[in-house]
Design a protein around this ligand. Structure first.
Ligand SMILES: Nc1ncnc2c1ncn2[C@@H]1O[C@H](COP(=O)(O)OP(=O)(O)OP(=O)(O)O)[C@@H](O)[C@H]1O
Ligand SMILES: *[C@@H]1O[C@H](CO)[C@@H](O)[C@H](O)[C@H]1NC(C)=O
Ligand SMILES: *[C@@H]1O[C@H](CO)[C@@H](O)[C@H](O)[C@H]1NC(C)=O
Ligand SMILES: *[C@@H]1O[C@H](CO)[C@@H](O)[C@H](O)[C@H]1NC(C)=O
Ligand SMILES: [Mg+2]
Length: 424
């Protein structure tokens, strides 16, 4: 099983669906190898399904790539082969986090009276202790706290629990938006976290594949494309297994498209003079971090309005969704002229100076009637606002914004915890 470039060491773990190998010379990393086998009801029904590992691989690697590129911390490092990937070595937290948008399955049994299809908003979170012998019992927050887990040296307390809870919600929302681009409803999802043995960070680990979620194309349960199809089989016939396999292929095929932007837009920064180029470069850098292309142009609405309008027409003419950012010091004529002559959004981002800034800013704030341009002083924040506009239609941009919000929340939580520990 080992491949030329990787020196596979000893097997660290083996479960029903995968094996975990040490990688010699690369401490802190492991190889996660899928097995050609599909399980349900804890392996009561077990069938080898040719090609399943390969499809699992593709699903997991696309999903983890999507999350990773969005800024979610995961154990995934890179794809290694058709059936294996390299991941950070984690000590796994033995909890399954379940997140639901639509009530179905075991939720209905545990909550009699709730009809299938009930929509949770906000999302419904549940956790289950991973304990095969007791059929993975549902746990409360208190049970997790009292279990006093400690993994890779990290005690799992309230802070860690809240981080996992919040992360699960963000991960669900990112995958939900991604699947929506394929006209598919993400009904529910289960994930696991581990503690990276090297960094002691809590990261999304294990895998996300067909077994991890319910997907209903067009929100229609009868077209479900997930493992439920397999669980529902009355009898495992070769024909029935073909249907399951086709469904797996459907998902593995679609999952690649989750990484494609539906619509790509661009930001065009117009500056009144090259003296503002450093300010504009900051806008560009931030745009690129959201995966949005950004062009810088020089034009003055006061000194060359014909040229300003010509440049405007250039970008209006090719059908690419565009946000204009106007960078003009002193009197900002640029933003208002653009805003009064284009249906595209315009953001004023004037580079204010300490001496006149308080006066100059009014040229960006006080508009003639009929103009809807916004004004954002920080160049990074102007780019963020442009990203929020594109995020309405581009799920990849939206996911970066969503993950960044999560990461900020986690940093604050951790900073608070650290300060509390110091003052004890
Ligand atoms: N990055 C990782 N580092 C270390 N262990 C991992 C990593 N990813 C997954 N594992 C662990 O590898 C083991 C084998 O996975 P598998 O999913 O086959 O187990 P399983 O039979 O489903 O049992 P479990 O109920 O623990 O999931 C699991 O215990 C899983 O938590
Ligand atoms: C496994 O995943 C990688 C990365 O997505 C992909 O290049 C490779 O083709 C996949 N293998 C199979 C058999 O799908
Ligand atoms: C997750 O957090 C929410 C909001 O704080 C809380 O209501 C919920 O009980 C938590 N869920 C779990 C399973 O811990
Ligand atoms: C992906 O979804 C299909 C559809 O049911 C499923 O058959 C397949 O097993 C899933 N992939 C994996 C690896 O579980
Ligand atoms: Mg498992």
């Amino acid at each position: 099983r080992s491949t030329p470039e990787l020196n596979i060491g000893k097997k660290l773990n083996e479960g029903k669906t995968k094996q975990i190998f040490e990688i010699v010379d690369q401490p802190g990393l492991v190889l996660v190898q899928s097995k050609d086998q599909i399980t349900a009801w804890n392996a009561v029904r077990k069938d080898q399904m040719e090609g399943k590992a390969a499809m699992a691989n593709r699903t997991t690697s696309c999903v983890f790539q999507l999350l990773q590129e969005s800024g979610i911390k995961t154990a995934f490092v890179k794809q290694h082969s058709d059936t294996a990937f390299i991941a950070a070595h984690c000590e796994m937290i033995p909890i399954e986090w379940v997140c639901r948008r639509v009530a179905t399955g075991s939720f209905l049994k545990r909550n009699p009276g709730v009809k299938e299809g009930f929509r949770f908003s906000p999302l419904k979170m549940e956790m289950f202790f991973k304990d095969d012998a007791n059929n993975d019992p549902q746990w409360s927050e208190e049970q997790l706290l009292e279990a006093k887990f400690c993994l890779a040296g990290l005690p799992i307390g309230r802070c860690e629990m809240d981080i996992m809870n919040r992360s699960t919600v963000a991960i669900f929302e990112i995958l939900e938006r991604a699947w929506a681009t394929q006209d598919c409803t993400l009904v529910d999802m289960k994930i696991e976290f581990g503690v990276n043995v090297k960094t002691q960070e809590i990261v999304l680990a294990d895998v996300i594949d067909n077994d991890s979620w319910r997907l209903w194309p067009s929100g229609d349960r009868s077209q479900q494309k997930d493992k439920q199809v397999y669980r529902d089989l009355k009898e495992v016939t070769p024909e029935a297994m073909q249907v399951v396999k086709r469904n797996f292929e459907w998902v593995a095929e679609r999952v690649k498209m989750l990484l494609e932007p539906q619509v790509s837009g661009r930001v065009v920064v117009l500056m009144g003079s090259t003296s503002d180029v450093a300010h504009c470069e900051k806008i560009k850098k931030a745009c690129v971090s959201y995966g949005i292309s950004c062009t810088l142009r020089v034009t003055s609405a006061h000194k060359g309005p014909d040229e300003t309008l010509r440049i405007k027409a250039e970008y209006e003419g090719d059908g690419v969704p565009t946000v204009f950012v106007a960078v003009a010091g002193r009197s900002n004529g640029l933003g208002p002229v653009m805003s009064g002559n284009s249906a595209y959004p315009v953001i004023n981002c004037p580079p204010l100076t300490p001496d006149w800034g308080a006066q100059d800013v009014w040229s960006s704030l006080r508009m003639p009637s009929g103009l809807g341009c916004s004004t954002i002083l920080s160049p990074e924040a102007a780019a963020q606002f442009a990203a929020q506009i594109f995020g309405l239609t581009n799920h990849l941009v939206w996911s970066k914004l969503r993950a960044s919000m999560l990461n900020t929340w986690v940093s604050l939580k951790q900073a608070d915890q650290k300060l509390q520990a110091c003052s004890l």
